[in-house]
Design a protein around this ligand. Structure first.
Ligand code: 13P
Ligand code: ZN
Length: 270
Protein backbone atom coordinates (compact mmCIF):
# COMPACT_ATOMS: atom_id res chain seq x y z
CA UNK A 1 0.00 0.00 0.00
CA UNK A 2 1.20 3.50 -0.80
CA UNK A 3 1.21 6.16 1.93
CA UNK A 4 -2.04 8.11 1.71
CA UNK A 5 -0.48 11.17 3.33
CA UNK A 6 1.70 11.46 0.21
CA UNK A 7 -1.21 10.95 -2.21
CA UNK A 8 -2.31 13.75 -4.57
CA UNK A 9 -5.71 13.59 -2.84
CA UNK A 10 -4.38 14.59 0.56
CA UNK A 11 -1.65 16.94 -0.62
CA UNK A 12 -4.06 18.83 -2.90
CA UNK A 13 -6.71 19.28 -0.20
CA UNK A 14 -4.04 20.42 2.28
CA UNK A 15 -2.77 23.03 -0.20
CA UNK A 16 -6.33 24.15 -0.97
CA UNK A 17 -7.53 24.53 2.63
CA UNK A 18 -4.35 26.43 3.56
CA UNK A 19 -4.80 28.73 0.58
CA UNK A 20 -8.46 29.40 1.37
CA UNK A 21 -7.61 30.14 5.00
CA UNK A 22 -4.93 32.63 3.88
CA UNK A 23 -7.48 34.35 1.64
CA UNK A 24 -9.63 34.96 4.73
CA UNK A 25 -12.51 32.86 3.46
CA UNK A 26 -12.44 30.31 6.30
CA UNK A 27 -12.28 31.92 9.71
CA UNK A 28 -12.29 29.50 12.67
CA UNK A 29 -14.13 26.35 11.45
CA UNK A 30 -15.85 28.23 8.61
CA UNK A 31 -16.12 26.38 5.32
CA UNK A 32 -16.06 22.76 4.25
CA UNK A 33 -15.09 20.69 1.20
CA UNK A 34 -16.14 17.28 -0.08
CA UNK A 35 -14.55 15.41 -2.97
CA UNK A 36 -16.04 12.40 -4.73
CA UNK A 37 -13.03 10.09 -5.05
CA UNK A 38 -12.06 7.54 -7.64
CA UNK A 39 -12.30 4.11 -5.97
CA UNK A 40 -9.53 2.53 -8.05
CA UNK A 41 -7.09 5.32 -7.28
CA UNK A 42 -7.96 5.16 -3.58
CA UNK A 43 -7.44 1.37 -3.48
CA UNK A 44 -3.72 1.99 -4.04
CA UNK A 45 -3.65 3.69 -0.63
CA UNK A 46 -6.37 2.08 1.51
CA UNK A 47 -7.85 -1.36 2.10
CA UNK A 48 -11.44 -0.47 1.23
CA UNK A 49 -12.83 -3.49 3.10
CA UNK A 50 -11.63 -2.10 6.46
CA UNK A 51 -14.38 0.05 8.00
CA UNK A 52 -13.19 1.95 11.10
CA UNK A 53 -16.66 2.96 12.32
CA UNK A 54 -20.14 3.74 11.02
CA UNK A 55 -21.52 7.29 11.13
CA UNK A 56 -25.30 7.84 10.87
CA UNK A 57 -26.58 10.62 8.60
CA UNK A 58 -29.95 12.32 8.95
CA UNK A 59 -31.27 11.74 5.43
CA UNK A 60 -31.38 9.07 2.78
CA UNK A 61 -28.43 9.25 0.39
CA UNK A 62 -29.11 5.81 -1.17
CA UNK A 63 -28.60 7.38 -4.61
CA UNK A 64 -24.92 7.70 -3.66
CA UNK A 65 -24.56 4.26 -2.01
CA UNK A 66 -21.02 2.94 -2.44
CA UNK A 67 -19.60 6.33 -3.46
CA UNK A 68 -16.55 7.46 -1.48
CA UNK A 69 -15.88 11.05 -0.37
CA UNK A 70 -13.02 12.89 1.21
CA UNK A 71 -14.64 15.45 3.52
CA UNK A 72 -13.55 18.05 6.06
CA UNK A 73 -14.57 17.55 9.70
CA UNK A 74 -17.20 19.53 11.55
CA UNK A 75 -15.74 22.15 13.88
CA UNK A 76 -12.30 21.71 12.32
CA UNK A 77 -10.20 24.69 11.23
CA UNK A 78 -8.93 24.91 7.63
CA UNK A 79 -5.70 26.42 8.96
CA UNK A 80 -4.97 23.16 10.84
CA UNK A 81 -5.58 20.65 8.02
CA UNK A 82 -2.03 20.54 6.67
CA UNK A 83 -0.50 19.95 10.11
CA UNK A 84 -2.88 17.14 10.99
CA UNK A 85 -4.86 15.76 8.02
CA UNK A 86 -5.91 12.55 9.80
CA UNK A 87 -7.83 14.44 12.53
CA UNK A 88 -9.31 17.19 10.35
CA UNK A 89 -10.28 15.12 7.29
CA UNK A 90 -12.06 11.82 6.76
CA UNK A 91 -12.67 9.43 3.90
CA UNK A 92 -16.18 7.96 4.06
CA UNK A 93 -18.26 5.63 1.91
CA UNK A 94 -22.05 5.96 1.73
CA UNK A 95 -23.38 2.63 3.07
CA UNK A 96 -25.83 0.55 1.04
CA UNK A 97 -28.72 1.62 3.32
CA UNK A 98 -28.03 5.27 2.36
CA UNK A 99 -28.39 6.50 5.94
CA UNK A 100 -24.91 5.71 7.24
CA UNK A 101 -21.35 6.50 6.29
CA UNK A 102 -18.53 3.97 6.60
CA UNK A 103 -15.35 5.64 7.80
CA UNK A 104 -12.36 4.31 5.85
CA UNK A 105 -9.66 6.75 6.98
CA UNK A 106 -9.15 9.83 9.16
CA UNK A 107 -11.48 11.62 11.62
CA UNK A 108 -9.15 10.44 14.37
CA UNK A 109 -10.24 11.25 17.92
CA UNK A 110 -13.93 10.74 17.13
CA UNK A 111 -14.30 13.57 14.59
CA UNK A 112 -17.33 13.72 12.27
CA UNK A 113 -18.02 15.08 8.77
CA UNK A 114 -19.02 18.72 8.29
CA UNK A 115 -22.47 19.71 9.56
CA UNK A 116 -23.15 20.77 5.95
CA UNK A 117 -22.67 17.21 4.66
CA UNK A 118 -26.43 16.81 3.88
CA UNK A 119 -26.16 19.88 1.62
CA UNK A 120 -22.93 18.56 0.11
CA UNK A 121 -24.45 15.16 -0.68
CA UNK A 122 -27.59 16.74 -2.16
CA UNK A 123 -25.40 19.04 -4.26
CA UNK A 124 -23.32 16.09 -5.46
CA UNK A 125 -26.50 14.29 -6.51
CA UNK A 126 -27.78 17.35 -8.38
CA UNK A 127 -24.48 18.14 -10.12
CA UNK A 128 -23.77 14.51 -11.10
CA UNK A 129 -27.08 14.54 -13.00
CA UNK A 130 -25.98 17.71 -14.82
CA UNK A 131 -22.37 16.60 -15.35
CA UNK A 132 -21.14 13.02 -14.81
CA UNK A 133 -17.58 14.41 -14.42
CA UNK A 134 -18.57 16.52 -11.41
CA UNK A 135 -16.47 15.79 -8.27
CA UNK A 136 -16.16 18.75 -5.84
CA UNK A 137 -18.43 20.71 -3.49
CA UNK A 138 -16.70 23.61 -1.73
CA UNK A 139 -18.23 25.99 0.84
CA UNK A 140 -16.63 29.08 2.40
CA UNK A 141 -17.35 32.57 3.78
CA UNK A 142 -15.76 35.21 1.49
CA UNK A 143 -16.46 38.67 2.91
CA UNK A 144 -17.47 40.64 -0.18
CA UNK A 145 -19.87 38.01 -1.48
CA UNK A 146 -21.57 37.95 1.92
CA UNK A 147 -21.57 41.77 2.12
CA UNK A 148 -23.25 42.02 -1.28
CA UNK A 149 -26.23 39.95 -0.05
CA UNK A 150 -27.04 42.75 2.43
CA UNK A 151 -27.22 45.56 -0.12
CA UNK A 152 -28.22 43.96 -3.45
CA UNK A 153 -31.40 42.16 -4.52
CA UNK A 154 -30.96 38.41 -3.99
CA UNK A 155 -32.93 37.47 -7.10
CA UNK A 156 -30.75 34.95 -8.99
CA UNK A 157 -30.89 36.80 -12.28
CA UNK A 158 -30.38 40.31 -10.87
CA UNK A 159 -27.52 39.19 -8.61
CA UNK A 160 -25.82 37.32 -11.47
CA UNK A 161 -26.19 40.17 -14.00
CA UNK A 162 -24.60 42.62 -11.57
CA UNK A 163 -21.65 40.24 -11.05
CA UNK A 164 -21.31 39.76 -14.84
CA UNK A 165 -21.07 43.54 -15.21
CA UNK A 166 -18.32 43.92 -12.59
CA UNK A 167 -15.48 42.16 -14.45
CA UNK A 168 -15.33 41.41 -18.16
CA UNK A 169 -14.24 37.80 -17.53
CA UNK A 170 -17.21 36.90 -15.30
CA UNK A 171 -19.68 35.89 -17.99
CA UNK A 172 -17.04 33.67 -19.57
CA UNK A 173 -16.13 32.02 -16.24
CA UNK A 174 -19.70 31.45 -15.00
CA UNK A 175 -22.16 31.85 -17.90
CA UNK A 176 -24.44 29.45 -16.00
CA UNK A 177 -24.83 32.17 -13.35
CA UNK A 178 -25.22 32.12 -9.60
CA UNK A 179 -28.22 30.99 -7.56
CA UNK A 180 -29.00 32.77 -4.31
CA UNK A 181 -30.72 31.04 -1.38
CA UNK A 182 -32.34 33.47 1.09
CA UNK A 183 -31.16 33.15 4.70
CA UNK A 184 -32.11 29.83 6.25
CA UNK A 185 -30.86 27.80 9.21
CA UNK A 186 -27.69 26.09 8.01
CA UNK A 187 -26.77 22.45 8.63
CA UNK A 188 -30.32 21.31 7.82
CA UNK A 189 -31.85 19.14 5.11
CA UNK A 190 -34.14 22.08 4.20
CA UNK A 191 -31.27 24.36 3.21
CA UNK A 192 -29.66 21.39 1.42
CA UNK A 193 -32.78 20.86 -0.67
CA UNK A 194 -33.13 24.59 -1.44
CA UNK A 195 -29.46 24.70 -2.50
CA UNK A 196 -29.65 21.56 -4.63
CA UNK A 197 -32.72 22.94 -6.46
CA UNK A 198 -30.61 25.88 -7.64
CA UNK A 199 -27.26 24.14 -8.11
CA UNK A 200 -28.69 21.71 -10.66
CA UNK A 201 -28.68 24.60 -13.17
CA UNK A 202 -25.49 26.42 -12.14
CA UNK A 203 -22.24 25.53 -10.40
CA UNK A 204 -22.45 28.32 -7.83
CA UNK A 205 -24.94 29.05 -5.06
CA UNK A 206 -24.69 31.94 -2.61
CA UNK A 207 -26.25 31.63 0.83
CA UNK A 208 -27.45 35.12 1.80
CA UNK A 209 -25.61 36.53 4.84
CA UNK A 210 -23.59 33.30 5.15
CA UNK A 211 -21.31 32.28 2.28
CA UNK A 212 -21.04 30.48 -1.03
CA UNK A 213 -20.98 27.00 -2.55
CA UNK A 214 -18.86 26.30 -5.62
CA UNK A 215 -18.78 22.99 -7.46
CA UNK A 216 -16.76 21.51 -10.26
CA UNK A 217 -14.82 18.66 -11.77
CA UNK A 218 -11.65 19.63 -9.90
CA UNK A 219 -10.69 21.55 -6.78
CA UNK A 220 -9.31 24.27 -9.06
CA UNK A 221 -12.59 24.63 -10.94
CA UNK A 222 -14.67 25.04 -7.76
CA UNK A 223 -12.07 27.38 -6.26
CA UNK A 224 -11.76 29.46 -9.45
CA UNK A 225 -15.51 29.98 -9.64
CA UNK A 226 -15.69 31.20 -6.04
CA UNK A 227 -12.59 33.35 -6.51
CA UNK A 228 -14.12 35.06 -9.54
CA UNK A 229 -17.47 35.75 -7.82
CA UNK A 230 -15.65 37.10 -4.76
CA UNK A 231 -13.52 39.44 -6.89
CA UNK A 232 -16.59 40.73 -8.73
CA UNK A 233 -18.42 41.21 -5.40
CA UNK A 234 -15.39 43.09 -4.09
CA UNK A 235 -15.61 45.52 -6.99
CA UNK A 236 -19.35 45.91 -6.44
CA UNK A 237 -18.78 46.71 -2.76
CA UNK A 238 -16.15 49.31 -3.74
CA UNK A 239 -18.44 51.14 -6.18
CA UNK A 240 -22.06 50.49 -5.18
CA UNK A 241 -22.27 53.61 -3.00
CA UNK A 242 -20.59 55.86 -5.61
CA UNK A 243 -21.98 57.71 -8.61
CA UNK A 244 -21.65 55.04 -11.36
CA UNK A 245 -20.74 56.72 -14.66
CA UNK A 246 -20.00 53.71 -16.89
CA UNK A 247 -20.89 50.05 -17.10
CA UNK A 248 -20.78 47.10 -19.50
CA UNK A 249 -24.18 47.13 -21.23
CA UNK A 250 -26.02 43.82 -21.55
CA UNK A 251 -25.65 43.95 -25.36
CA UNK A 252 -21.88 44.01 -24.91
CA UNK A 253 -22.04 41.08 -22.49
CA UNK A 254 -23.91 39.14 -25.17
CA UNK A 255 -21.22 39.95 -27.74
CA UNK A 256 -18.51 38.93 -25.27
CA UNK A 257 -20.19 35.61 -24.51
CA UNK A 258 -20.54 34.90 -28.22
CA UNK A 259 -16.87 35.65 -28.88
CA UNK A 260 -15.77 33.27 -26.12
CA UNK A 261 -18.38 30.60 -26.96
CA UNK A 262 -19.98 30.92 -23.53
CA UNK A 263 -23.72 30.30 -23.29
CA UNK A 264 -25.30 32.61 -20.68
CA UNK A 265 -28.45 31.53 -18.87
CA UNK A 266 -31.34 31.64 -21.30
CA UNK A 267 -33.12 35.00 -21.21
CA UNK A 268 -31.02 36.52 -18.42
CA UNK A 269 -29.52 39.22 -20.66
CA UNK A 270 -32.85 40.27 -22.23
P1 13P B 1 -18.58 22.81 9.91
O1 13P B 1 -17.50 23.12 10.91
O2 13P B 1 -19.61 21.85 10.44
O3 13P B 1 -17.98 22.34 8.59
O4 13P B 1 -19.39 24.13 9.62
C1 13P B 1 -18.75 25.26 9.09
C2 13P B 1 -19.66 26.09 8.28
O5 13P B 1 -19.20 26.88 7.49
C3 13P B 1 -21.12 25.96 8.48
O6 13P B 1 -21.82 26.57 7.45
ZN1 ZN C 1 -20.69 28.15 6.46
Amino acid sequence: MKNILESPIITEICDMTANMYRLGWDERNGGNISWLLDEQELAEYLDLSQVIRNIPIAFDAAELAGRIFLVTGTGKYFKNVTGNPQENLGIVRVASNGTELELLWGFEGGALPTSEFPTHLMNHMARLKADPEHRIVMHCHPANTIAMTFVHSIDDREFTCTLWQMITECIVVFPDGVGVVPWMVSGTNDIGEATARKIKDCRLVVWAHHGIFGTGRTLDEAFGLIETVEKAAQIYMKIAHLDIKNTIPKEQLKALAETFHAVPREGWLD
